[in-house]
Ligand binder design. Structure first.
Ligand code: EPU
Length: 296
């Protein structure tokens, strides 16, 4: 375990908590301790955090809703989780929200306002910030298609507000990594028929519910779909559904979901991931790569 130097006073003045279990910070519920969890409630506090870390050469991680994250041990470096509130601003078909706004709740607010363009987002958990960082998408939609202006902190702590430029976002990727912090974004939507919007959202959600184990603790799809194949189908065909290590199990419903029945430890979860990769390698000769983010 690497020991961090003592944190500077101007960091310690910001709202923070010590030794928070990642079981409370992630949807999967696996993990060790988050030694330092910084939770700014204003953009100015978030900026002070990033500026200070930059000045001190201190590495940090940015946490959103923790729904695409597998934590396999204690995290010693400071973790930033924005707590900027969940007000939204609606003007001329444009919906603006903070990065800490819940992603599904945001799609629901758009639908309730009779605005079309985020129907696909109704089943994707996490925060708006996490969705931007991943350029989240489903059913043919993705964030970059609706994104208007957005605001973020650069790794140096500079506040930037602008429109997306070519190269900023691509399939499930963006430049908002490596110390960048998304702060707010505007979705450019169009007025639609409220019944049709609600129907499209319900359909997207229904499809997920029928094929994914959403009532169990999970981190979404664990592995990327390899070129021309589906990870879930490969794992399934290799006979690995139901494989269990302690409380970690390959979901019998969708093989690319590794669920936590409650008490799965980081070691058990890691062993299950390794055994799935090994099983798929032996059966199909295919190397699966994680789709989730893995800490530390
Ligand atoms: N399949 C099996 N066995 C399984 C699971 C799936 O044979 O256990 C087969 C299905 O029958 C289907 C094919 O595999 O023919 C594809 O399955 P599915 O429609 O469930 O889509 P997916 O490729 O497994 C992707 C995304 C999901 C997203 C869905 C729907 C990835 C890695 N996965 O899943 O994203 O929800 O499409 O849009 O891209 C996530 O990002 O966390 C995630 C779950």
């Amino acid at each position: 375990m690497t020991m961090l130097p003592a944190l500077p006073d101007d960091l310690l003045r910001l709202p923070h908590r010590r030794e928070v279990p990642f079981s409370k910070l992630t949807t999967l519920g696996v993990g060790g301790l988050c030694q330092w969890l910084f939770e700014p409630t204003t953009e100015a506090e978030a900026q002070a955090f990033v500026r200070t870390c930059h000045r001190e050469g201190l590495p940090y991680k940015v946490l959103g809703g923790g729904s695409n994250l597998v934590v396999l041990g204690d995290v010693e470096v400071p973790v930033l989780r924005l707590r900027l509130g969940s007000e939204v601003e609606l003007r001329n078909g444009e919906l603006t929200a903070t990065a800490s706004h819940g992603h599904i709740a945001l799609a629901e607010k758009a639908a309730a306002a009779g605005l079309s363009g985020l129907e696909w987002a109704g089943g994707i958990p996490g925060t708006l910030g996490g969705a931007l960082r991943m350029n989240a998408g489903a059913h043919g939609g993705e964030w970059v298609q609706v994104l208007g202006r957005f605001r973020y902190l650069s790794p140096e702590g500079d506040l930037v507000e602008r429109r997306p430029e070519p190269g900023d976002f691509s399939y499930r990727r963006s430049f908002l990594v490596a110390g960048h912090v998304a702060l707010a974004a505007t979705a450019r939507l169009v007025v639609g028929d409220p019944g049709r919007i609600a129907g499209a959202m319900a359909e997207a959600r229904g499809k997920r519910k029928a094929s994914q184990p959403l009532s169990q603790r999970n981190a979404g799809c664990i592995f990327k779909n390899p070129e021309g194949a589906t990870a879930g189908r490969l794992i399934d065909a290799a006979g690995l559904k139901g494989l269990r290590v302690g409380d970690a199990e390959v979901s019998p419903l969708h093989a690319n979901f590794l669920v936590n029945h409650g008490q799965a430890s980081p070691a058990q979860f890691k062993e299950l991931m390794d055994r799935v990769r090994e099983g798929v390698r032996n059966f199909h000769g295919v190397e699966l790569e994680p789709e989730v983010e893995i800490w530390p």
